[in-house]
Ligand binder design. Structure first.
Ligand SMILES: [Zn+2]
Length: 715
């Protein structure tokens, strides 16, 4: 990368001013940073915290951009390790225990500090802010789940598929006249696009909420938010001859009943829906059979791939035959990636995928786990990388790898499909894949800026907390796993050490996290609380616990509902499908009332206050998206979190429930309780560079000046 050193934009401040004046920045960061929050508000202390978040985020992104510009001006590079969920207190504890020598060394070089996260402190939200410098009012990501208010159905906040043009139908075939696709829902300009505007190239590896990846100079592989082959955020398959051992429906997976006959199991991998085929729907066929005239409706069938397992109980092993491939697995053994193809149009169009299988048990029960079907990096059916062929290059050098959303299969563990040890092995496999990729990227880094994402600490902290915390209602004594989270931190420390060795002194290394962690002791069923407090009315109160996504709700007599992990919505006239609350004074009064009631909520079992913060995006956030998310964001106090039923529009009987599930640690609470980390590094090195210095103090003063400039009326 070359910056014109004679142009007079040599100092940090001027370089960054040049950035802040770019048209995209004008539309993005600047537009969202201008609103001064009212200091006279009765919520002044909370608002000043919101302001601090903004400042911290703006500080970080500005710092990244300036660091990259300055270093690369002197032919330097920047490497950022994005460690999802690394908690400053746990880090400090493990450092003090002498378990993290590399972090310790790094912390002594810079001025280590907690990093304010976003509200809500959910990964898609926090990473979107990290990459754009905008709060959710600007980037539009408020939660993992958003609500389609016309249909009153939930959808993934991160990306959305759209269908192809009106199809030409010929018998059982259907051919769209134009291609469908998938679009990212996050708004705003990423910092690496800004770097690109200034001639810098970046490699962005597995950044969350970057699917399909933005097309900036350099390369990118999509991360969290990337679907699996069937379009879900990760659906495992489990084949067993004891289906009744498991819940009838499990989130994140499908459990199939199979039969062992003559030491053989025949089953199928369930691929994506084949939009090229159509058959009359079951309902249409039934009506036609009864002789009732009806216009026929059609369904698209799923693509299937047969496979056979030959069991040899005496040898404790089984042979798998999938199409023309054969492999043998011993009991309790994982396969490597197996290439799987689904035929959409015979001899013409195949959809490529990959999966790993785990032979959990041969006998007395048969149990086989198969990972979510991956979009094959060697032949991707959707745009998972930029440029499109980069995933192919990675796969050629590293072998196939997990490409979907979050590889660590927490749901399989949560539902008892995998044990804690099996989950651990699967998680470490995914970690090692990332680790090998980082080595490869460091060896081949010809870009100016490298970001690599690690999700292991986050996912491990969610699932292993109850092994290390004796206070936890779901505490399990396990002499190995009680150290599980510490071991994950140690692994990242080892990784950091290797990166430090690999990069040398002329590369800036930043290790940061998007949020920290807290125990998850008690579940809150917020919709049940709304129901008991008269904000929701059910059509049939005797069926409180049945029905999907609010299907039993009488919307004409419902004023507010909760969806997502922190979101609360008013059932607003003209916005919701059957809105009941008028905009204006009625809406404002309801929000005031809800805010007071939420903060006054008590858990009578222990006299605690489960809610410690309420934000109102329409009032507290900035930018064109601020009215498109929830009307209220609920910040739970330490130990509490939303249940996983309530965000899906369900109404369990009790408002508060002890959490005994393996998902035992969390961070989707009051953001002030779960900051991330930001250890600035190599400060002494950079101080020696004179005008190229990007020491935090200088950047802070720059941010202050820039903020004042942005807030000047009429500027
Ligand atoms: Zn998490």
């Amino acid at each position: 990368m070359h910056i014109d050193m004679n142009s007079g934009v040599r100092s940090s401040t001027k370089l960054a001013e040049a950035i802040s004046l770019s048209p995209r920045e004008r539309a993005g960061v600047r537009g969202n940073a201008t609103s001064e929050l009212p200091s006279t508000s009765i919520f002044a202390s909370r608002l000043s915290t919101a302001k601090r978040v903004q400042a911290a985020r703006r500080f970080l992104i500005t710092w990244l951009v300036i660091a990259a510009l300055n270093l690369t001006a002197a032919a330097k590079k920047v490497v950022v390790l994005g460690i999802d969920g690394m908690d400053p207190k746990l880090l400090q504890t493990f450092v003090e225990q002498g378990r993290m020598p590399n972090f310790k060394a790094l912390m002594h070089e810079g001025d280590f500090r907690p990093l304010q996260t976003t509200m809500p402190p959910q990964s898609p939200v926090a990473w979107s802010t990290f990459m754009t410098g905008l709060d959710p009012g600007g980037h539009g990501i408020f939660d993992f789940i958003h609500v389609d208010k016309e249909k009153m159905t939930p959808y993934s906040s991160m990306a959305q598929a759209y269908p192809g043009g009106r199809p030409v139908n010929i018998r059982s075939w259907s051919f769209p006249t134009s291609g469908g696709g998938v679009r990212m829902l996050r708004k705003g300009t990423t910092f690496w696009e800004t770097l690109g505007d200034h001639g810098l190239r970046s490699t962005i590896f597995r950044m969350p909420v970057n699917f399909p990846p933005v097309k900036a100079p350099g390369r990118a592989l999509a991360g969290m938010g990337t679907p699996d082959l069937i379009g879900s955020l990760g659906t495992f398959s489990f084949y067993t001859d004891h289906r009744s051992d498991f819940a009838p429906v499990v989130s994140g997976g499908e459990i199939y009943e199979v039969t062992v006959r003559s030491n053989k199991v025949s089953a199928q991998l369930n691929g994506p829906v084949n939009t090229f085929r159509r058959f009359p729907s079951k309902e249409s066929l039934e009506l036609l059979e009864k002789g009732r005239a009806v216009s026929v409706t059609y369904d698209n069938p799923k693509m299937l791939q047969d496979f056979v397992v030959y069991l040899d109980a005496r040898a404790g092993a089984a042979k798998f035959v999938v199409a023309d491939q054969e492999f043998i697995l011993k009991e309790k053994e994982w396969s490597d990636w197996i290439h799987v193809e689904f035929e959409a149009i015979p001899h013409l169009l195949k959809v490529s995928s990959a999966a790993r299988s785990y032979l959990k048990q041969l006998s007395p029960k048969f149990e086989l786990y198969v990972t979510p079907l991956q979009i094959d990096p060697e032949d991707p059916v959707m745009p998972i990388s930029h440029p499109a062929n980069w995933s192919k290059e990675l796969s050629a050098n590293l072998g196939r790898f997990y490409t979907h959303n979050i590889p660590e299969d927490t749901q399989a563990f949560n539902h008892g499909v995998l044990t804690a040890r099996e989950f651990w092995d699967q998680m470490i496999f995914a970690y090692e894949e990332r680790s090998r990729a980082l080595d490869y990227l460091l060896q081949h880094q010809d870009e100016d800026f490298l970001f690599v994402y690690f999700g292991t600490v986050d996912q491990g902290s969610h699932m292993l907390w109850h092994f290390m915390d004796r206070e936890h209602p779901g505490y399990v004594q396990d002499d190995v796993l009680k150290d599980g989270i510490a071991r994950l931190y140690e692994m990242l420390d080892g990784r950091l050490g290797r990166v430090r060795q690999a990069i040398g002194k002329d590369t800036l290394l930043i290790a940061m996290s998007d949020h920290g962690f807290a125990p998850f002791y008690w579940k809150v069923n917020l919709n049940t609380w709304l129901l008991e407090n008269g904000y929701i009315t059910l059509k049939d109160p005797t069926k409180q616990e049945s029905g999907e996504f609010f299907s039993n709700v009488d919307w004409s007599r419902t004023r507010a509902y909760a969806a997502g992990l922190n979101g609360l919505y008013v059932n607003l006239k003209g916005r919701e499908k059957a809105g009941a609350v008028a905009a204006g004074p009625e809406y404002d009064a309801l929000l005031d009332e809800l805010e007071r009631a939420l903060l006054a909520m008590k858990d009578n079992r222990n006299s605690r206050s489960p809610v410690s913060l309420v934000l109102r995006p329409g009032r507290d956030f900035h930018g064109p998206e601020k009215d498109k998310g929830p009307d209220i964001l609920v910040g739970y106090s330490r130990g509490y979190r939303s249940s996983s039923d309530s965000p899906l529009g369900l109404f369990p009987k009790s408002i508060f429930v002890d959490n005994r599930s393996p998902w035992s640690g969390d961070h989707c609470i009051d953001y002030r309780l779960v900051p991330g980390i930001l250890p600035p590094h190599h400060e002494s090195d950079t101080d020696a560079r004179g005008s190229h210095c990007f020491a935090p103090a200088r950047i802070r003063s720059f941010v202050t000046r820039r903020t004042h400039w942005q807030r000047r009326p009429g500027s």
